[in-house]
Design a protein around this ligand. Structure first.
Ligand SMILES: [Ca+2]
Length: 186
């Protein structure tokens, strides 16, 4: 009984350990190299002034999932999880897009709804770096971040590392992430 108890405690501690920034960077680079190897062909080129990029099946390693009734509806974005393993504790999804070299980014925001927490990088820089937690406001109503300074003309990438708090994604412990980038250019 004592052994069982201690192993459960160890497991719980392991599953909520915060990952370091360098580990996150390794995951970021691995995701991009996987994307390039797969030539996933989801690099979209944006020439219009206003653009909205929401998570869906076209994101690399993303599979659309049903929205949990507790999660906020995110217009122009679907909830996704890892297409490699829908039961995974961690989902890494990404998108590449190219902004016109003739326009300037005037405003850019990221709306993020995640069950439960996330690390988000744009062009290799940390936009969101959550500590392990299960906070309701993270998926309802979600959070908005100003990301203008992270974007640049030409090619950009966004990588979302989403975590389920407490282990694998199950019916009893759902997980999902929906994100929407809204960019206004000159
Ligand atoms: Ca969860």
């Amino acid at each position: 009984m004592r052994v069982l108890k201690s192993s459960i405690t160890k497991k719980a501690v392991r599953s909520v350990k915060k990952i370091t920034r360098s580990t996150a960077m390794v995951m970021y680079r691995k995701q991009l190299s996987r994307f390039h190897k797969n030539k996933a062909g989801n690099n979209i080129i944006i020439t219009q002034r206003n653009v909205v990029i929401g998570t869906d099946d076209t994101w690399f390693n993303a599979q659309e999932i049903d929205r949990n009734p507790a999660w906020v509806q995110v217009p122009d974005a679907s909830y996704v999880w890892s297409s490699r393993d829908l039961g995974a504790e961690v989902a890494v999804v990404s998108k590449q897009f190219t902004l016109s070299s003739r326009r300037r980014v005037r405003n850019a925001s990221l709306l993020l709804s995640v069950d439960n927490y996330a690390i988000v990088l744009i062009n290799g820089r940390f936009v969101v770096y959550d500590t392990p937690q299960a906070t309701v406001s993270f998926f309802n109503p979600g959070r908005t971040f100003d990301v203008r300074r992270f974007l640049r003309r030409g090619q950009n990438d966004i990588v979302i590392i989403a975590f389920n708090f407490g282990g694998r994604r199950t019916i009893d412990n759902p997980a999902g992430v929906a994100a929407r980038l809204s960019i206004r250019q000159s």
